[in-house]
Design a protein around this ligand. Structure first.
Ligand code: MN
Length: 257
């Protein structure tokens, strides 16, 4: 049997499960909110063109209104100033959209401290238990934050000092981006950086280092608790928006049982 025949057979009989890591896209999908004077993205919405009516008697369709960075989405290198000479989202090679994924779970830490930051030492502990980070693969950072994704306020978790959500320290982000064979970082939060990362040095280190290294980001993932620590295959499908800095994406994981 060819490899692809084996794959589709395994998907059909359930020995390979396809798990959706994508949040549904609707008007209630949480979006990032930057303080003034910065620009902000719009809430996702549908604009009805026709629905079996005078405007189109046999068909229903909508225009969509969305930001590139709305809901579960893909960050391309050109999104950040450090990656400004890098790829836009339409230029990402298809073979880089399919790759191995590992899951590092700090949900217990993040439950106790919403500002929890991943350090190099945590990753070293993980690799001691599970082996090296995968070549050309994704680090999926599980924080349990997806349980808040039904509510914008709970998801952003902001108070008078700004948003509070878990992330990665500048030292660890630099090390992951520069010293490991990862292709990207996937998170459950509204962006790849911690809520408080505006105050870090450099600000927004995951954006700065990963995108500056020509690597990628995936945000607002869910169902990471259904993935094994190692062995899953991730498929990311951002739209090839010409010149785009990112795109809403369907993100799937293949898991072997
Ligand atoms: Mn983004």
């Amino acid at each position: 049997m060819s490899l692809l025949t084996q794959l589709v057979t395994a998907v059909a009989d359930g020995s390979i499960e396809v798990i959706d890591l994508t949040a549904p896209l609707s008007e209630t999908t949480p979006i990032l909110q930057l303080p003034p004077p910065f620009g902000n993205t719009v809430t996702f919405s549908l604009r009805e063109i026709s629905r079996y009516d005078d405007r189109g008697p046999a068909w229903y369709w909508n225009d969509i209104v969305t930001g590139e960075h709305t809901g579960t989405h893909f960050d391309a290198p050109v999104h950040w100033i450090t990656g400004r000479d890098g790829e836009d989202v339409s230029q990402v090679a298809p073979r880089r959209l399919v790759g191995p994924a590992v899951v590092l779970d700090v949900a217990a830490h993040a439950a106790a401290d919403p500002d929890f930051l991943l350090e190099i030492e945590h990753v070293r502990e993980w690799t001691k238990a599970h082996g090296p980070l995968p070549e050309g693969g994704w680090l999926l950072y599980r924080t349990g934050w997806d349980s808040r994704s039904g509510d914008q306020a709970e998801f952003l978790n902001a108070d008078e000092t700004g948003p509070h959500s878990p992330g990665i320290s500048p030292e660890c982000a630099h090390w992951l981006a520069e010293e490991t064979p990862l292709i990207g970082l996937g998170v459950e939060t509204v962006g790849t950086d911690a809520g408080a990362a505006h105050s870090f040095d450099p600000p927004f280190p995951c954006h700065s280092f990963f995108l500056g290294a020509g690597k990628y980001g995936l945000t607002q993932l869910r169902n990471l608790d259904r993935l094994p620590a190692t062995g899953a295959v991730l498929v990311a499908s951002p739209l090839p928006i010409v010149g785009g800095s990112g795109s809403p994406a369907r993100v799937l994981a293949l898991v072997e049982h």
